[in-house]
Ligand binder design. Structure first.
Ligand SMILES: [Zn+2]
Length: 453
C-alpha cells in the first residue's frame, strides 16, 4: 500500500485551519483525519508547525508558449509556479503565437506543453475579432475542445496578434459564449477615457509614474464595467472581471451581485501590495494595465476582498525580455506593461494579508478555491478534501526572506519585488502526491499535464 499521511498542526481545510493529517494515495487526497486516526503502516511526513495549504490555482498567467518562448515558456513558468506553491496554471490566450482563438491554435499549445510542465495547466480561449465577428463557430468548438473559458480585451492589448473587441463584436459573440456556459474574462478598460487622457499628456514627462497613472484613469475601468454589466444582464453569460484596479467600481459590482448577475471579480498581488505614492519615477518594472493606483485605493481593494465583492487573487504573471521594460530610459510610455510574480505571489499576499488580520483560510479561498471554480476544475483542484488531487504546499507562515533573483525561477529574474522582505516561505510543493519542489530544489520530472474542465 502506498498511502502516506501529511501531518501538521495547521492544515487549511475547507472548514478552517485544523490540526491533523492529510491522507494521500495514488495522487489523490484520501481524507483528513486527526493524528490519532492515521492508519497503521503508512508513511507519515510530520511537518509540525509548518502549515499545509492546497496547491495554488493561478487563473491568470501569460506563458507565451508557443511562439514567444524568448519571453517565458511552459518549462520556466511551471517551475516558477512550483517554487511558489502553485500547482495549477490557467494560461492566457495571447502573447503566444498563434493566439488561442482557434481549435488549431489550442492543439499547437498542447503540443508545446507536452512533457514540459512541472505543474498542471489549463487553457483559456481567446475572443478577438477573428472569431467574435467572423468565425464564431470557433467559440463553441474551442469550448468542446476543452478551454476553460474565454478572454477578451476592450482596449488595445499592447501587442499585435490579438485584437480588442468592440461592443458590436461582443454582441455578436455573446450568444455563443453564453451557450457554452463558460466564463468570459474581460480586460475591462475602455479606450475612450484613456485616449482622451493621453492626448493631454503628449508633452508630459513619461519618466514620471504620475504621468502614466493619469493616462489610465479610473473612468476607463468604470465605463467598461458598466457596459459589461449591462451586457451580462442582457445576454446572461458568466462575466469575470480580470485584474480590477479601480476600487470605485466596487459599489456597482456589489449591486450587480445583489441583483443576482453571474459576475465574479479578480485582483492581483501588485494592486494589493504597491501604491502609486511609493513608485519611484522611472520604475517601469511597476508598469501594468490597469495601473497601480493610490494607497487609499489599495485599502479599498482589501475591503472588497473582505466583503466578498472581489472573489479571487491571480498574478497576471506577464513577463517579457528585460530590454522591453526600458529600464535605462525609464519611459512609462514605451515600456512593456506587465508584472511577473508566479514564484512569490503567496508570500506577497501573506505579508499583506496577515498584517490586515486575514488568515491562511482567506488565502486558500482567494488563491485556490475560487480560481479553481472560475476555471471549472473545482471538483479536482483547490481544496484539501477527499477525492481531490493531492496538490499540497508546505508553507512556513512565520519565516521571512528577502526577494533575490535566485528565487524567481521564471525566464528573466526581473521584478519590482526584488530586495523586499516578505513573510512566509514555501518549503515544499507536491503535485498529485509527488514532490516537485523542496527547499530550493526541483525534484522528479516534468509530470504536469493539462486538466480538462
Ligand atoms: Zn493578463
Amino acid at each position: 500500500m502506498d498511502g502516506r499521511a501529511f501531518l501538521s498542526h495547521r492544515v487549511a481545510t475547507p472548514n478552517g485551519i485544523r490540526p491533523g493529517a492529510v491522507l494521500v494515495r495514488d495522487g489523490k487526497i484520501g481524507g483528513f483525519v486527526p493524528a490519532s486516526e492515521i492508519p497503521a503502516n503508512i508513511a507519515v511526513h510530520d511537518f509540525g508547525e509548518s502549515s499545509i495549504l492546497p496547491g495554488l490555482v493561478d487563473s491568470h498567467v501569460h506563458i507565451n508558449d508557443p511562439g514567444r518562448t524568448e519571453w517565458e515558456g511552459f518549462e520556466t513558468a511551471t517551475r516558477a509556479a512550483a517554487s511558489g506553491g502553485c500547482t495549477t496554471l490557467v494560461d492566457m490566450p495571447l502573447n503566444c503565437l498563434p493566439a488561442t482563438t482557434t481549435v488549431a491554435a489550442l492543439a499547437a499549445k498542447r503540443k508545446a506543453a507536452h512533457q514540459r510542465c512541472w505543474v498542471d495547466w489549463l487553457a483559456w480561449g481567446g475572443l478577438a475579432n477573428d472569431n467574435a465577428s467572423a468565425n464564431q463557430d470557433e467559440i463553441e468548438a474551442l469550448a468542446a475542445a476543452g478551454v476553460a473559458g474565454f478572454k477578451c480585451f476592450l482596449i488595445y492589448p499592447g501587442i499585435e496578434g490579438f485584437t480588442m473587441v468592440t461592443e458590436p463584436e461582443l454582441r455578436a459573440a455573446l450568444p455563443h459564449v453564453a451557450r457554452t456556459g463558460l466564463p468570459l474574462l474581460v480586460h475591462a478598460e475602455l479606450p475612450g477615457p484613456v485616449d482622451q487622457a493621453t492626448q493631454h499628456l503628449r508633452d508630459a514627462d513619461w519618466s514620471r509614474y504620475s504621468t502614466y497613472l493619469q493616462s489610465r484613469p479610473e473612468e476607463a475601468e468604470l465605463t467598461a464595467i458598466r457596459l459589461l454589466l449591462s451586457l451580462c444582464r442582457e445576454y446572461k453569460f458568466r462575466l469575470h472581471i480580470v485584474h480590477l484596479s479601480a476600487s470605485a467600481a466596487l459599489v456597482e459590482l456589489r449591486a450587480a451581485r445583489a441583483e443576482g448577475l453571474p459576475v465574479s471579480v479578480e485582483t492581483c498581488p501588485h494592486y494589493l501590495h504597491f501604491c502609486a505614492e511609493e513608485i519611484p519615477d522611472g520604475a517601469t518594472l511597476c508598469k501594468c494595465a490597469p495601473p497601480i493606483r493610490s494607497r487609499d485605493n489599495r485599502e479599498k481593494l482589501w475591503q472588497g476582498l473582505k466583503d466578498g465583492i472581489i472573489d479571487l487573487v491571480a498574478t497576471d504573471h506577464s513577463p517579457c525580455p528585460p530590454a522591453m521594460k526600458r529600464l535605462e530610459e525609464g519611459n512609462f510610455s514605451t515600456a512593456w506593461g506587465g508584472i511577473s510574480s508566479l514564484s512569490i505571489a503567496l508570500p506577497v499576499m501573506w505579508t499583506e494579508a496577515s498584517r490586515r488580520g486575514f488568515t491562511l483560510s482567506d488565502l486558500a479561498r482567494w488563491m485556490c478555491e475560487e480560481p479553481a471554480r472560475l476555471a471549472g476544475c473545482n471538483a479536482r483542484k483547490g481544496r484539501i478534501a477527499e477525492g481531490y488531487d493531492a496538490d499540497l504546499v508546505i508553507f512556513e507562515p512565520e519565516a521571512e526572506f528577502v526577494v533575490t533573483e535566485e528565487r524567481l525561477y521564471y525566464r528573466y529574474p526581473i521584478s519590482p519585488y526584488l530586495g523586499e522582505k516578505l513573510r512566509g516561505v514555501v518549503r515544499a510543493t507536491y503535485l498529485r502526491g509527488q514532490l516537485v519542489f523542496s527547499s530550493g530544489e526541483f525534484s522528479g520530472e516534468a509530470t504536469g499535464h493539462e486538466v480538462r474542465p
